[in-house]
Design a protein around this ligand. Sequence first.
Ligand code: KG4
Ligand code: ZN
Length: 346
Amino acid sequence: MIRKVLAIESSCDDTSVAVVDDKGFVHSCLSQSQYEAHKPFGGVVPEIASRNHTHHILPLIDAVLKQAVCTWDDIDGLVVTSRPGLVGSLIVGLVTVKTLALVFNKPFIGVNHLEGHLVAPLLSDSTYKPSEDFTYPFVGLTVSGGHSSLYFVPSFGTYQELGSTIDDAAGEAFDKFAKMVGLGYPGGVQVDQWSQKGDKARYQFPRPLIKEDNFQFSFSGLKTAALRTLEKIPEAERKAELPHLCASYQEAIADVLITKLGQALKKLGLKRAVITGGVSANSRLREKAQELSQNDGIQIQIPPIRYCTDNAAMIGFAGIQRLNRGERSTQSLGPKPRAPLDQDHS
Ligand code: KG4
Ligand code: ZN
């Protein structure tokens, strides 16, 4: 029985390390952002990301063990994100975990980053606990910088993709819009903040595929519509219009995501959902989720913001459940840039 694991997440730009137990309780989770390093480039530069992971990872491991009041004797196994992600970034976590597994003679497993996001709402710590009666099966909406998908999740480890984005991910749509209106990187948080004082009904942006009888998303047309709207606003008025542009754009994305989630729940006859991934930090998306919950009697579990964005705690919780089913990775495990969750067998 594996009771406690040390987990590493380094699939993109954040380096994160956590100690998690088999109940999903987070004993410690520390992350180092690389925001400042990538900011001048307006996006993540893969070479810079992997180099910074190598600098951050060992001090983070020491700090996490200290904060969790653990020694290596207390750690029964290791978990690492092995797919999907930036190959150079994934390799840093992988090599670290494979080395630690050899040195300390511990079992380890590589997990899919998206599985981590889907179990994130079920984590707990000293200030967050999911509802006690929340359980499988549920519909999972995973919305991040690289992914926007709806899944039917009958039990841990079984994922049926109902639909996903056919072009940009929701987070990408936020980030590209933010760049377009001069808000910098990463844009989602900034658009959310600027929206607070904006009128969400001032601009009518399209809701792509909202009426289609499927669970696909498309956000590239929305971005083009925003660009056309922006071009029509005289330069001198753009600053004053920015809160309204942000609020209207955010409303369109939140509307599409929550409408599709509601449709999926209806089609499957389910009353439970999780919303997860970086975009689930969005305040308007959370409000609309609350509305769906109240209007349709849906139980929706959204993790606190620290577990919405990339973090090692969610990776540890996915991995420990797999280790306790007897699954193990071997030293031949390598990174994969792409790994759709419903076709993932490694
Ligand atoms: O899950 P995540 O940390 O990394 C990926 O796996 O992609 O998600 C990052 C994405 C970024 O696109 C970021 O702009 C978006 O999540 N994001 C937000 C908010 N906070 C982060 N988007 C909208 N509103 C937010 N408050
Ligand atoms: Zn992510």
